[in-house]
Write a protein that binds this ligand. Sequence first.
Ligand code: AMP
Ligand code: GLY
Length: 421
Amino acid sequence: MKVMVVGGGGREHAIIRKLKENSSIEAIYALPGNGGIAADATCVSIAATDLDAIVDFAKANAIDYAVVAPDDPLVLGCVDRLNAVGIPCFGPEAKAAIIEGSKAFSKDLMKKYGIPTAAYEIFTELDAAIAYLKTAPIPTVVKADGLALGKGVIIAQSREEAIEAVTDMMANAKFGKSGSTVVIEEFLTGPEVSVLAFTDGNVVKPMVSSMDHKRAGDNDTGLNTGGMGTIAPNPYYTNEIAQECMEKIFLPTIRAMKAEDRAFKGCLYFGLMLTPNGPKVIEYNCRFGDPETQVVLPLMESDLLTVMQATTNGTLAETEVKFADQHACCVITASAGYPESYQKGFEITMSDEACAHTYVAGAKLQDGKLLTSGGRVTGTTAVADSLEEAVREAYRLADGVQFEKAYRRSDIGQRGLAALK
Ligand code: AMP
Ligand code: GLY
C-alpha cells in the first residue's frame, strides 16, 4: 500500500512513525515533509496548500490512502479534491473542516445544539464591536473568525486593549480576511485539556487526553506559541469528567455536525476548559493537535492505519482504539527567540538514542547535514509507567538534541505533577 501524508511538522513526523508500524504499507510520501521526516518517508517538495500539485502527485503515484494533517489544506478542501479523483483520505471535507475554519460557525453550532462554551457575540462591523466592548465584562476574549496561525486570540485585560484588538483585526486587517468577522467572548478560567478523538461521522472514540504548554517561558510566562511541550494523560481529566464530556460535548458535537449535513470524519480536537461550572469548549480543531500528537500516538496500541481507514469507511464502531496505561511527555526544542524572530541554519546533532525518540518539526537537509529551519525544531518524547519518570526521561533524551541557540522550557509536566499530588 502507498500512503501519502500532507504536512511537514512534528505532528506529521509522529503520524508517519506510527503508520510505519503497519507492514502492509510499502511506501510513505510526505508533502512536503522536512529534513528530519526524510529519514522515515520520501519527502516531495509540494506545499501542503498546493491542492492542484497534491492531486496530480497522488494520481501519478497511484496513492492508495492519503492523510491530510494540517488545518489549511483541510479548510481549503484537500480531502474533497482527493476524493473526487477516487483517493480515500483521513480528514474532514471542507464543509466539516469549517468547525475550525470559522469560529463564528462553531460558536453558533454550540449555541444551537446546547454544547457548553463561553458566552459570546459575533461582529462584522467595527462600530458595533466597539460599542459592545464599552460595557462588556473585563477581561474579555477577542478572536478572529478564521485561521490565523494560532495568533488570532487576544485575552484583553482592559477595555482599551480589547478595542485595540478589534480595531487591528477589523480595520487594519492584521489577520487579513480571517479578522473581518470577530467573536468576542466571556473569559473562562480553569485547567485546559486537549482531547483528540477519532470519528467516522457517527461514532466517536476519544484518544488519551493531553495537556499542552502554550507559553514560551517557564511557569507559563511569555508569549503564546504553537506549544512548547505536552504530557498525556492530562491528570485533571478524570474518568468522571471524561464521561461528562462524552455526554455533553463529544456526542452532541458529532450529532450536530451530522444534522447540519456536515458529518465530520477524521480527528476532531476538543480544546476544553474545566471551569467551576463544568467542562466547556474553548475551541475545536479539525485535525490532530501539535504537539499533542507527539504524546498521544506513542501511547496508542492499536494500528493507526486501521483506525484511520475505519473513520473513512464508517466502521469505527467495530474497530478497537486502545491506548497504553502509561504516561508520555514531549519536550519541544525551539530556536531562541521563537515565537518572535529567531535565526535559522544551525546544524542539529542528535545521539542515536535521542533520534529514535525525536520528531522533527523545523529542519532541512543540506549537503547531508540537518539544519534548523523553523521556530519549533524538534519534539522529544518519552513513555514511562509514571508521569514523573516520563518527564525525567524526556529531558534526559532531549539533552541529546543539540544545536546553536537551542531553547527548551525547563518545566514541562510540572503543573501535571503538582495536580497529581
Ligand atoms: P485558541 O486559539 O482558541 O486555542 O485560544 C488560545 C488560548 O487562549 C487557549 O488555549 C486558552 O488558553 C485561551 N482562551 C481562549 N478562549 C478563552 C476564553 N474564553 N477564556 C479564557 N481563555 C481563553
Ligand atoms: N497545540 C494546539 C494546536 O494544535 O492547535
